[in-house]
Design a protein around this ligand. Sequence first.
Ligand SMILES: Nc1ncnc2c1ncn2[C@@H]1O[C@H](COP(=O)(O)OP(=O)(O)OP(=O)(O)O)[C@@H](O)[C@H]1O
Ligand SMILES: [Mg+2]
Length: 342
Amino acid sequence: MKIGITYNLKDEITPLSVLSREHNEEYDNITTIDAMCRVLKKNGFEAVKLGAKVDIFDRLRKEKVDFVFNVAEGYYGRNRESIIPSILEMMSISYSGSDPLTLGLTLDKIMAKKIFQFAKIPSPRYGIVRRLEDADIINNSLSYPMIVKPAWEGSSKGIYNSSRVNDKNELGRNMKLLLKKYPNQPILAEEYIKGREITVGVLGNGSPKVLGLMEILNKKDPREDFFYSLEVKRDWEKLVDYQLPPDIPQTLDIEIRRLATHAFKEFGCRDIARIDFRLSEYNEPYILEINPLPGLSPQYGDLVIMAQKQGISYEGLILMILNSAFSRCGIERIEKTKVEIV
Ligand SMILES: Nc1ncnc2c1ncn2[C@@H]1O[C@H](COP(=O)(O)OP(=O)(O)OP(=O)(O)O)[C@@H](O)[C@H]1O
Ligand SMILES: [Mg+2]
């Protein structure tokens, strides 16, 4: 069986990379794609690196792959993650992960908020900023501190150490910066949830299973308030500790699992997602967002770290994602007892 991998690379020249390095932040290093290829080959598949450039139609026609492992983030706009899956659907090629609609709904944090509200999944109160003048409405309707972020980015693009704001001046300054840096999308102002951060891996379909809950901790001083900004993600080895399982009451653990699987199902996620939560000072969980294309770097992917902390190898994780997709697509599963979740 021939499996193609669709992806974007950090060192690719893309329509926006010429403006700033930050635009390629979500993309993969070739070492990640190589690691995925090694897993596929070791398990008897032929692996083809397809990329996700504008020649993808020709690449797919030429290579005649049987299945695609999709980790492509796309180039720009809130539909960017949906484009490769849409092309694959048009060409009737089965692929791993969520479909174009789920990828679009989760990438656009404003659309996601509406579904969280509808599904009664608590998420921080928010306001939408389209022009600088909206600062007044936000200032009068939400409580400080707030965090200001672009509405449809990932990998903490546009979320800096300075993005938590305490007053109207700071709010205005941050909004101005983001409206300039990300001019083609709204900005989201959210009430800042001061407390702990937990990310949750969810795998499967139909009755998805929680892979684990992992706390993101401030390595320097775990008691000091902390958030996962772009600067922190870039310097994760020095600044971040990961704890699995987090030291939380059992009732809260159960509630976070319930909310994570509920969100996964409500958005129609497939095969894999990493879902981010913050806990308030009173241990109330708030969902921040759903990542149906979680980073799979063998070194620093949060989901990979989460798997490894419970004895699941990189190979095991990749095969679990594949097996979920294979079951869904009617392809025979890869049988290896070690990759089954207990
Ligand atoms: N309302 C909030 N309260 C507290 N912290 C927040 C809030 N929103 C975002 N953060 C912090 O900023 C980080 C990045 O935010 P978010 O997950 O929304 O962005 P992202 O770019 O989509 O991230 P990812 O890399 O997971 O795709 C969070 O992990 C969290 O630490
Ligand atoms: Mg996040």
